[in-house]
Write a protein that binds this ligand. Structure first.
Ligand SMILES: Cc1ncc(COP(=O)(O)O)c(C=O)c1O
Length: 391
C-alpha cells in the first residue's frame, strides 16, 4: 500500500544517534543523554495534587470541551495580562490544544493548502517544517544562523522572491535549536511587515518562560495591532515542566482561533478534564515554580558551558531555551555534525543531537539539551574532555 501523505517525509535523522545510544546502553554503558529535549524536572507538586483530587471526581471522567474549559481559557488570558500586558478575550481569542505541537499542526491545516507557500526558519524544530508540508503547502526555508536582524533580512528577501506570496511565516523565539532570542523591536518589524504584505505570522512561543540573565522573552502580541496578523502558541511543557501532560494554547487572532476551534470540534474532545483543572493551578499559581525551573536550567547551562570552556570548547551562553547550540570544536568542522555526534557516544559516553538533523543550515553544530542534572553534566564534560584530548 502507498501512504502518499507521509511517504515523502524524510527518515528521522536522529534515529542513527538514538540507535547507537541504545546499543551502548544495552552493552551496559552509562550514556549521558543530552540529545532528546525531554524535560526531566518533576512538575509542580501543587499541580500534581490538584490532578489527583480532580481525577477522583467521576464528573471529570466524561468528554471535556474541545476548546478547553472556560476557566482554563480565563487562566491563560490572566497570565498573558499579568506577564505581557496583553488582553485576550478568553471566549474568542484563546483555545486549548494538546500541546503546542498538535495546535501548530492542526492550525496549519486551516491556514494553508496545496498551492500555498509557508516561510519557515531553518535549522528548525521539525514540526515547523512538516506542519505546512503535511497540510500540502510548499515550504521555503529561511536560514537562521546569526541574530534576529539577519533573520529578518533573509525572511524579507525570501518573501519578496516567492510567488505566490507566502500565506504564513512560522517563527519561534527563543529558538530551538539555535537559541536565538529577540526583543520587542523585532516583533514590531515583523508585525509591520505582515500588515504591509498581507501575510500571517504563527509564533511558537514554547520557551516563553525559559530565560536567564534578566532577559524576558517578549510576546508578539505585545505589539499593538498584532492580533490582526498573528497568533501565538503557548505551552506548559517547558516553563512548567509538564511535557507529558500535553497542554498548550493558541492565542491571538480570533478568526484563526475560531477556525482551529471548528476543525478541532471534528477531531477531538479536548484534554482529559483533570489535566485541564490542574493546569489552571499551574497558570494561576505557578510563577514561583517557573522561577525554580529556570534556576535549574541556568545551573546546568553554566556547568556545561563553563566546563567545556575549560577544555577549550568556547560556546556563547544562551539567554533562553533549555538548549546549548554549539559550533563543532576547532579541528572537527570537516567531520560534520552527524559523525561527531556518533563518535561522542562510544568515546565520550554522551549523546547530543547533530545540527544537521534540524536541516542543512544546522550543519556544523550540535545541540545539547539540558535534561540531566548538574553532576551528570559535569560527568559529560569529563567524557568530552577525554574525547577531545584523544584527538
Ligand atoms: C519550539 C518547540 N515547539 C514546541 C515544542 C513542543 O511543545 P508541546 O510539548 O507543547 O507540544 C517544543 C519541544 O521541544 C519545541 O522546542
Amino acid at each position: 500500500m502507498e501512504f502518499r501523505r507521509i511517504s515523502h517525509l524524510p527518515p528521522y535523522v536522529f534515529a542513527e544517534v538514538n540507535a547507537l545510544k541504545l546499543e551502548a546502553r544495552r552493552a551496559g554503558e552509562d550514556i549521558i543523554d543530552l540529545g532528546f529535549g525531554n524535560p526531566d524536572i518533576p512538575s509542580s507538586p501543587d499541580v500534581v495534587e490538584k490532578l489527583v483530587e480532580a481525577v477522583r471526581n467521576p464528573r471529570n471522567h466524561r468528554y471535556s470541551q474541545s476548546r478547553g474549559l472556560p476557566n482554563l481559557r480565563r487562566a491563560i488570558a490572566d497570565r498573558y495580562a499579568r506577564r505581557f500586558g496583553v488582553y485576550l478575550d478568553p471566549e474568542t481569542e484563546a483555545i486549548t490544544t494538546i500541546g503546542a505541537k498538535e495546535g501548530l499542526s492542526h492550525m496549519l491545516w486551516t491556514l494553508v493548502q496545496p498551492g500555498d507557500v509557508a516561510l519557515v526558519p531553518e535549522p528548525s524544530y521539525p514540526i515547523h517544517i512538516y506542519a505546512p508540508v503535511l497540510a500540502g503547502a510548499e515550504v521555503r526555508r529561511i536560514p537562521l544562523s546569526g541574530d534576529a536582524d539577519g533573520f529578518f533580512e533573509a525572511m524579507e528577501q525570501a518573501f519578496l522572491d516567492s510567488w505566490p506570496r507566502p500565506r504564513v511565516i512560522i517563527t519561534s523565539f527563543p529558538h530551538n535549536p539555535t537559541t536565538v532570542c529577540v526583543d520587542l523591536s523585532f516583533w514590531e518589524r515583523m508585525v509591520a511587515f505582515a500588515k504591509q504584505h498581507d501575510t500571517f505570522i504563527v509564533h511558537d512561543f514554547a520557551y516563553a518562560d525559559v530565560a536567564f540573565d534578566g532577559y524576558v522573552p517578549p510576546s508578539i502580541l505585545e505589539v499593538p495591532g498584532a492580533k490582526d496578523v498573528a497568533v501565538e502558541l503557548y505551552t506548559l511543557t517547558k516553563g512548567h515542566s509538564m511535557a507529558g501532560w500535553r497542554v498548550g494554547f493558541v492565542v491571538g487572532n480570533k478568526d484563526v482561533v475560531g477556525a482551529l476551534a471548528k476543525l478541532k470540534s471534528y477531531l477531538d474532545y479536548g484534554t482529559f478534564q483533570p489535566i485541564q483543572i490542574a493546569s489552571i493551578i499551574a497558570l494561576n499559581e505557578g510563577d514561583e515554580y517557573v522561577g525554580e525551573v529556570n534556576d535549574v536550567y541556568l545551573g546546568r547551562r553554566d556547568a556545561l558551558i563553563d566546563g567545556l570552556a575549560r577544555v577549550g570548547w568556547e560556546i556563547e551562553k544562551p539567554k533562553g531555551t533549555m538548549f546549548v547550540w554549539a559550533k563543532l570544536p576547532e579541528g572537527y568542522e570537516s567531520m560534520g555534525s552527524l559523525e561527531f555526534a556518533k563518535r561522542l557516544i562510544p568515546e565520550a559516553k554522551v549523546a547530543v543531537s547533530p545540527g544537521v538533523g534540524f536541516g542543512q543550515h544546522g550543519e556544523g553544530y550540535v545541540r545539547f539539551a539540558l535534561v540531566e542534572n548538574e553532576e551528570r553534566i559535569r560527568q559529560a564534560v569529563r567524557g568530552i574532555r577525554s574525547f577531545l584530548e584523544a584527538g
